[in-house]
Design a protein around this ligand. Structure first.
Ligand SMILES: [Zn+2]
Length: 118
């Protein structure tokens, strides 16, 4: 069964949860039971704690503004920060390269994630 990573908007903490499938409904927060959680990328290896990583990202104004505009380059940068320099799978490196060129391969990401969880 796949493990997904979630981020609680309320207490701003991350947690992992087993879910039977990709389309399963979101679980309540493990810390505060808030239901306002969102799924975060679990395919990028995370070496640092979420707290550190998110604070790092949130302190980068250019990056957060780019992400709010759904700028693929900002997301590529974000994925690099999340992976903390760890080597990603080749297909993710390719995706990151495409995002850095300003392309937006969301469909490919979704497709790859489905392949990985099934
Ligand atoms: Zn919470």
């Amino acid at each position: 069964m796949p493990i997904y990573e979630y981020w609680c908007e309320d207490c701003r903490r991350a947690f992992s949860s087993y879910r039977p499938g990709f389309s399963s409904s979101l679980p309540p927060c493990h810390h505060c039971s808030n239901t306002g959680v969102r799924r975060v990328f679990s395919t990028f290896s995370v070496q640092r704690t979420y707290r550190d990583t998110y604070q790092d990202i949130l302190s980068d104004r250019q990056l957060t503004q780019g992400m709010m505009r759904n700028d693929p380059r900002a997301l590529a940068e974000w994925s690099k920060k999340m992976s903390s320099g760890e080597k990603c799978a080749p297909e993710y490196e390719e995706m990151t390269e495409r995002m850095e060129r300003g392309e937006w391969p969301a469909d490919q990401i979704e497709h790859k994630r489905r392949q990985m969880v099934e």
